[in-house]
Design a protein. Sequence first.
Length: 187
Amino acid sequence: MILILMGPPGAGKGTQSQRLIDKLSIIQISTGDILRKAVSEETELGLKAKKFMSAGNLVPDEVVIGIIEERIQEADCANGFILDGFPRTTEQADSLDNILNKLGKKISYAIYFDVPEKELIVRLLKRSEIESRSDDNLETIKNRLKVFKEKTEPLLEYYRERGVLQFIDGTGKMEEVTSRMNKLFGI
């Protein structure tokens, strides 16, 4: 099973993917985690990505697509995986489709966590306090939400046309969102 978890920053994609990995016996691939690790380790990729991430902008496609293509061919992805934070643009989605076609695989579901913007800002500011993430200050949050609307929302139509899009109400307590998601999978 191959899942894409979508939604604006702070919608709960990472949290909910962690709740799915054990139940579905698949792994999570978070481009955000991979990029933040590269930044903290000051790798070549990390240094390239840092200037974009610090401003709340998307990391260039060629960098992210290369990471994903390498990662999904590793042995632990054989039973499937959850993509958290990728694709973020229709161009990335096309590239992902091409990579999966070469591998004889396809997307099972693209799940969109729907959360109002006001709630997202509250969540992200709270996360910033807890995790001390430099990419979660108010100015950067507002820019990330704007970039999401411009670049990522078109993916909803992209995956609707392919018949794999599912909406999940991402508001409320974590357990309530998990319950809504589990219903989709019958678990």
